[in-house]
Design a protein. Structure first.
Length: 278
């Protein structure tokens, strides 16, 4: 019996190790390619690790300046859309949980159903609407699309987390003399901070990594987001400039990694509480 348990643990740990290697290999390949010379990348027998470290591709990307401009566009769109999503999702989730009705149940069901819609099905009516009001090829229009796209999932997360907070806490605070503002900002908001942090991180990363909406909507090179700019390192016939593309991808990944490290506690707590208790 003990041998069977040990064997199963070895198999499980082995599968986990293979999974981690599978996830880390693309990142290792991108970083290694960004440090290789062009000749080494296109050599007949390339290696995983660079034989001679070269920063020429990073210099090329930095001198181009367009990557940093597109990164700034992504930051603006990501931050603004995240703030709007949180401002809409938190009070909406609270109202759906505390004021139960058939309408609220229907809204929650629609939120779950909407997640199965293909992206192109959502893109067409949104594009027509934005063109009608003159917001195509603008960061404002792209921000609105990201809000619409991220809001259902964030609202679902916040709904589960608000539902996990006992209403007795609010009732006890009211009995002790607290008004509605004190209940919200001194009791509910501290408890909701982990979920808000996890939801905000999800909304921002979704906007940061999104390509299709930005590619369809944005036509001006000066307004291109980071993912659209990275796609331009691929030639007309699909021939990618591997070195500069790898270097630009590494630069583009750094802000996401820093943000994830900074908010990892909120992410873990918020996801577990919001999803499992919902």
């Amino acid at each position: 019996m003990k041998r069977k348990i040990k064997l199963s643990k070895i198999i499980i740990h082995g599968l986990i190790l293979l999974y981690i290697i599978f996830l880390l290999f693309p990142l290792l390949w991108v970083v290694a390619s960004s440090l290789k010379s062009t000749q080494e990348i296109y050599s007949g027998s390339p290696t995983i690790l660079p034989q001679n470290i070269s920063f020429d591709h990073y210099i090329s990307v930095v001198n181009g300046q367009q990557v940093f401009n597109s990164m700034w566009n992504s930051v603006i769109v990501g931050v603004v859309s995240t703030i709007l999503v949180i401002l809409l999702a938190v009070p909406s989730a609270y109202a759906m949980v505390r004021y139960k009705s058939i309408v609220n149940n229907g809204i929650l069901g629609w939120i779950l159903v909407s997640q199965i819609f293909p992206v192109i099905l959502v893109m067409i009516p949104l594009y027509v609407l934005l063109r009608y009001i003159g917001l195509t090829d603008s960061l404002v229009g792209l921000t609105l699309i990201y809000v619409v796209w991220s809001l259902p999932f964030v609202l679902w997360m916040m709904h589960g987390y608000v539902k996990s907070i006992p209403i007795e806490l609010e009732e006890a605070a009211v009995i002790d003399g607290a008004n509605r503002s004190q209940v919200i900002f001194k009791i509910l908001m501290p408890l909701l901070l982990p979920a808000i942090g996890a939801s905000a991180l999800f909304a921002f990363i979704s906007a940061w990594n999104e390509f299709f909406f930005a590619f369809v909507l944005m036509k001006s090179p000066a307004l291109a987001t980071l993912q659209v700019e990275l796609a331009r390192y691929t030639g007309m016939e699909g021939q990618a400039r591997t070195g500069p593309l790898a270097a630009a991808s590494v630069i583009a990944t750094i802000p996401s990694i820093i943000l994830f490290i900074f908010m990892r506690k909120w992410l873990t707590t918020g996801l577990v509480s919001g999803a499992l208790k919902g």
